[in-house]
Design a protein around this ligand. Structure first.
Ligand code: IMP
Length: 428
């Protein structure tokens, strides 16, 4: 069985967790490849409704090993809290392992995130304030502390000393006194005690599974429009959300990835700042935000912020499809469009000069772009009870086929609600 990568095609929150939970029914390993606890993957299954932040959405399958990959940044406090919540709900978390190369997120990273956001005044980036940017900056500056460092006392102390010197300068520049070095050391001792059995070198595990042809699922975070290089910079996250990075973040050769599933919500949503060309306001926005069952309503799973909503953006989808080479699409939350008379699908961005682009340009252009819409007939619905492609209204199928055409990839999955049984598998 091939390695399957599941990546977001838009601004994140497309429903990747829902699909990974479904796909991991027969996966041997699921790997979270990048990001940190800024993620909020909602999973609804027989155990309950969960907002997954760091733990891969495969944890609900008792036979699946879940890895937090080298490309991630891990806040051990929030990870331990998440594990506690899962265990309280009766989920066995014994198969959750963390790469020794994953970087640690300390409380001072969060504090820096907050102070830096505040310093941006009325032009914030809208980060989740989880310390993700500062932790990845330290990683790139080579002063980061990694999970594996926790297992080597002398080495850890040396790393912490170096990190502390840099941290002190940064925090003081932001008007804040750094925590004493001893506090960092003590915190790491506590984390070591609680996590040491879960910290592993993930390479042998993945190598063995891939050589055996076992199913491995790579779980991405966020979507192409928030990618560090190809998203709406600077309103992006600090890691790469594209499949190219999934190989790095998991520690596997790129050609081992045979399937790339682009998860695309049936309409556009974004939480945080930056251009969203198809954004709508008022009644329609409210309708999209609160469509379908409440557990799927459009409020940030990590921050609770209301998500901005808009008409579907085919230009963003094409951008993501090119950059990721989707082999298939998973279209989520189709049911939310039930009852709309028409669907406006953005197929071009018009610039003030009159030029119409069919690709995503650099952010200064994007900020001035207005949408060019193609109008497609809506459908009455409801679609929530559909279980096969044939059960969907014809107009809904036409809309899905148009998305497939734009992405140059077939629609393989359609979700019509948050339940595991509400994922329709589309045949060839
Ligand atoms: P950061 O990743 O917290 O630095 O935030 C950078 C941008 O990504 C902001 O616009 C956030 O709102 C957005 N973002 C981060 N994590 C998520 C997520 O899980 N879903 C949606 N947006 C996110």
């Amino acid at each position: 069985m091939p390695v399957i990568a599941v990546v977001g095609a838009l601004w994140g929150d497309e429903g990747k967790g829902h699909l990974v939970d479904y796909l991991s029914r027969d996966a041997e390993i699921v790997v979270r490849v990048q990001g940190g606890d800024n993620a909020g993957h909602t999973v609804v299954n027989e155990h309950g409704t969960f907002r997954m932040h760091l733990v891969p959405s495969g944890i609900f399958n008792p036979r699946t090993t879940c890895l937090i990959g080298a490309g991630t940044v891990v806040n051990p406090d929030t990870l331990l809290q998440e594990l506690g919540e899962l265990e309280a709900a009766g989920v066995d978390t014994g198969r959750l392992l963390i790469s020794d190369r994953a970087h640690l997120v300390f409380p001072h990273h969060r504090r820096r995130d907050e102070l830096e956001e505040r310093g941006r005044g009325d032009r914030p980036l809208g980060t989740t304030r989880r310390g993700i940017g500062p932790a990845y900056s330290d990683k790139a500056a080579r002063i980061g502390v990694r999970m594996g460092d926790l297992l080597h006392r002398d080495w850890l102390h040396r790393r912490l000393q170096q990190a502390h010197a840099a941290l002190a300068a940064r925090l003081r520049a932001l008007g804040e006194e750094p925590p004493p070095l001893e506090e960092l050391i003590e915190r790491c001792e506590t984390w070591r005690e609680r996590l040491k059995d879960r910290i592993v070198d993930t390479i042998p595990l993945l190598q063995a599974a891939i050589r055996r042809d076992a199913r491995v699922v790579l779980e991405g975070q966020l979507g192409a429009m928030r990618d560090l290089d190809w998203g709406i910079y600077p309103y992006v996250t600090s890691s790469n959300t594209l499949v190219g990075y999934a190989a790095v973040g998991a520690g596997i050769p790129p050609q081992a990835i045979r399937e790339v599933i682009g998860v695309v919500k049936a309409f556009a949503t974004a939480v945080g700042e930056g251009p969203l060309v198809t954004e709508v306001h008022g009644e329609l926005a409210e309708r999209l935000r609160r469509g379908g069952p409440p557990e799927g309503w459009e409020f940030g799973a990590t921050t609770g912020r209301p998500r901005r909503c808009g008409w579907p953006d085919g230009v963003a989808l094409r951008h993501a499809a090119w950059l990721n080479g989707f082999t298939a699409l998973a279209v989520t939350k189709l049911d939310v469009l039930d009852g709309l008379e028409e669907i406006r699908l953005c197929v071009g961005y018009r610039l003030p000069s009159g030029e119409v682009l069919t690709h995503v340009p650099d952010t200064p252009y994007l900020e001035q772009a207005t949408p060019v819409y193609e109008r497609l007939p809506g459908w009455a619905g409801p679609t929530a009870d559909a279980r096969r492609w044939e059960d969907l209204p014809e107009a809904a199928r036409r809309y899905l086929q148009r998305l497939a055409q734009l992405a140059e990839a077939p629609v393989r999955y359609v979700s019509v609600g948050p339940g595991r049984d509400q994922i329709i598998e589309v045949g060839p």
